[in-house]
Design a binder for this molecule. Structure first.
Ligand code: FES
Length: 101
């Protein structure tokens, strides 16, 4: 597994997504209101909406297209919707944010 530097903690606004391209992945990065940083595939399991443009609430992001609620921890859509996005491990070293691919 490779660690790739994708952002700096201080440059990630809270509760606003940021999309980053890493290898062949389009990844949505989020800094939650508790300071935790999450990285998930930037494509909604419904019809591919850009989750990086969604609204964060707690641990979840609401897709900007049709409002599905996706958990940023396990990538699962909240019922009754179904589906899952890939999640990526995030590591922080000093103030640098790394995604593990
Ligand atoms: S594309 Fe995300 S809810 Fe439809």
């Amino acid at each position: 597994m490779e660690r790739i530097h994708v952002a700096d903690v201080d440059n990630l606004p809270e509760k606003l997504g940021k999309s980053v391209k890493v290898r062949n992945y389009d990844i949505a990065l989020f800094k939650l209101s508790n300071g935790v940083i999450r990285a998930i595939e930037n494509s909604c399991p419904h019809k591919g909406g850009a989750l990086s443009q969604g609204i964060i609430s707690g641990e979840s992001v609401y897709c900007p297209l049709h409002d599905w609620k996706i958990c940023t921890e396990d990538g699962k859509a909240q019922k009754p919707d179904e589906g899952c996005v890939k999640t990526f491990k995030v590591e922080i070293k000093d103030t640098k944010v790394y995604v593990c691919i």
